[in-house]
Design a protein around this ligand. Structure first.
Ligand SMILES: Nc1ncnc2c1ncn2[C@@H]1O[C@H](COP(=O)(O)OP(=O)(O)OP(=O)(O)O)[C@@H](O)[C@H]1O
Ligand SMILES: [Mg+2]
Length: 237
């Protein structure tokens, strides 16, 4: 059996007095492609914010790479190999594409085949063409490619994408899904939040569904496909 790289167990998380998570749980095994699904405001972003140490849980536990990281600061969790592509992408607007990519590069010495500029440019040829352009001059799709490239330059063991294709044109979405499929084929573990269930049913191994801050369903792509009621009740599709 594969060991879990990330394991979130029954976390409860609050924003001030407002509780957002009431028992969220999910796990990602080595090499697994997992989704976190749910309608707006159900707690998906809060869950990944907690996994990455941006927020901390008042109860429950987050384990990553064999360590209990529940109380760790985010820079330390990132260094352990958790790479986040956040909801708003957050590329540096006044740095060029190349500068954005090298600004965050780290963890290279621990890897026999680390991510380099050349490898990122091979994955996203568009970024090579735009290497000298400022972040603020990129299209939404190019910004997302840059955000993914930047996360890869930290040599993550787990890549987490919050809203992988939100707001992108269909053709660009297709490019992002192709890239994620390529990354999966290299054996990278991936956790994706997105509202486009179709491509995810094709690419992902396992799905977790959140409703009002609780994990209410988990299972494989075939079992989610076969479970029309779950799709309708929890995702409205
Ligand atoms: N900064 C914040 N302060 C207070 N409450 C927040 C904050 N961010 C989120 N919340 C609340 O926490 C709950 C979960 O929000 P979260 O952003 O995690 O949901 P989500 O599933 O990512 O939604 P979406 O699909 O819209 O991105 C919601 O009720 C939301 O209103
Ligand atoms: Mg969100």
């Amino acid at each position: 059996m594969k060991t879990n790289l990330l394991e979130i167990s029954d976390i409860e998380v609050c924003y001030g007095d407002a509780q957002a998570l009431f028992g969220a749980a999910l796990s990602v095994a080595e090499g697994e492609f997992v989704t976190l699904l749910g309608r707006n405001g159900m707690g998906k972003t809060t869950t990944v914010r907690t996994a990455t140490g941006i927020m901390s849980a008042r109860s429950g536990r987050v384990q990553f790479a064999g360590q209990d990281v529940s109380r760790w600061p985010s820079y330390k969790i990132a260094r352990l190999g958790l790479g986040l592509v956040p909801e708003q992408r957050q590329v540096f607007p006044n740095l060029t594409v190349m500068e954005n990519l090298v600004a965050t590069a780290h963890n290279r010495l621990q890897h026999k085949d680390p991510w380099t500029l050349e490898r990122v440019y091979k994955l996203f040829p568009r970024l090579k063409e735009r290497a000298g352009n400022l972040g603020l001059n990129l299209s939404g799709g190019e910004q997302q490619m840059l955000a993914i490239g930047r996360a890869l330059m930290t040599n993550p063991r787990l890549l987490v994408l919050d809203e992988a294709t939100e707001g992108l044109a269909p053709i660009v979405r297709g490019e992002i899904w192709d890239c994620l499929q390529t990354l999966k084929n290299t054996g990278l573990s991936v956790l994706v939040i997105d509202k486009n269930i179709g491509p995810l049913l094709r690419i992902a191994d396992t799905h977790f569904i959140l409703e009002k801050g609780r994990t209410v369903w988990s299972g494989s792509s075939p079992s989610l496909l076969a479970n029309r009621d779950v799709l309708q009740e929890t995702l409205g599709v």
